[in-house]
Design a protein around this ligand. Structure first.
Ligand code: 13P
Ligand code: SF4
Length: 310
């Protein structure tokens, strides 16, 4: 059938009739952020999913985020507007290869970044996000060896911050590895008053130039509090929508990718559209489903994360 003329109003009315909450990540297109009940980074969205009393969770984000919401809410309907909204980083860590990696490193505690599949979570001891990774690793006894998966860039950053050695799974995100150190440095020369802010999924040559490194929520908070008027933003530019709203008089420049492309936009996040979000609510599909055995195993390290990062 034809789409309603006012998708915003149609989504609002479906929220009421379904008793649904719309959770959106900062990398979603601006319209989706504007229709969401809650916008956040991965940790904030996991907390929102753990606390909601809505009957239906509409997850405007990628598959591993919606999966996390389902792990925390087995009895709720969890909808993802496009089931193909995966994650290049999560895809770098296939379960069978990770099981072999674990066997090759006996006695190691497994800390996994939330950007991984439910199967990888089920093989992990603690989950972390970019906003609590340092804090969680600091709580682990010094003599306990650690495997950190799947993001090597966040892993290396956490090692630098904590002075801990960890065995790193060599995964990475195509979006955060697209930024060009050379172009960022050139931009800084033409905008000498600007500050460079970066997500820890970026590579070391980019992070080296950053005035501030943090999760999407931390970057948003930083640019509001900083006295700078101009920022070069080295993460997915979807976050700039909220930065601009929070600090309308400041200037936000997306960090340039290596090639002249829009590959600093996450192709998976951007699969979700307002139309697909509306249709998912109207059809109550596509929904996230999961094997109960995997869900129970994956629940424990997520719960441990929530307890360790209060
Ligand atoms: P955060 O919003 O937790 O910083 O995560 C960034 C990201 O890449 C999500 O896929
Ligand atoms: Fe995955 Fe990178 Fe997209 Fe985040 S930005 S969802 S880590 S591919």
């Amino acid at each position: 059938g034809a789409l309603p003329l006012d998708l915003f109003a149609a989504i609002d009315s479906l929220k009421k009739s379904l008793n649904a909450v719309v959770l959106a990540h900062y990398y979603q297109e601006p319209d989706i952020q504007d229709v969401a009940d809650y916008i956040g980074d991965s940790l904030q969205l996991a907390r929102a999913a753990a606390q909601t009393d809505a009957s239906v969770i509409v997850f405007a984000g990628v598959h591993f985020m919606a999966e996390t919401a389902k792990i925390l809410n087995p009895d709720k309907l969890v909808l993802l507007p496009d089931l193909d909204a995966g994650c290049s980083l999560a895809d770098t860590c296939p379960p069978s290869e990770f099981a072999a990696f674990k066997r090759a490193h006996p006695g190691h505690l497994v800390i996994s970044y939330i950007n991984c599949s439910a199967e990888i979570k089920a093989m992990s001891d603690i989950i972390c996000t970019s906003s609590n990774a340092v804090k969680i690793v600091q709580q682990i006894p010094q003599d306990q060896p650690i495997i950190f998966a799947p993001d090597r860039n966040l892993g290396r950053y956490v090692m630098q911050q904590t002075g801990r050695d960890m065995v790193l799974w060599q995964g990475s995100c195509i979006v955060h590895e697209t930024f060009s150190e050379k172009k960022i440095v050139q931009l800084k020369i033409t905008h000498p008053e600007s500050e460079i802010i970066a997500h820890p999924e970026c590579e070391e040559p980019v992070l080296r130039h950053a005035n501030y490194i943090g999760s999407t929520a931390a970057l948003l908070k930083y640019c509001q509090e900083s006295s700078s008027q101009e920022f070069i933003v080295a993460t997915e530019p979807g976050i700039i929508h909220q930065m601009q709203k929070a600090a309308p008089h400041k200037t936000f420049i997306p960090a340039p990718p290596e090639n002249n492309c829009n590959c600093n936009e996450c192709p998976f996040m951007r699969l979700n559209t307002l139309e697909k979000l509306y249709l998912a609510m109207k059809n109550q599909a596509p929904e996230i489903t999961m094997d109960e055995e995997i869900r129970l195993l994956a629940w424990r390290p997520i719960q441990r994360m929530l307890e360790m990062s209060v």
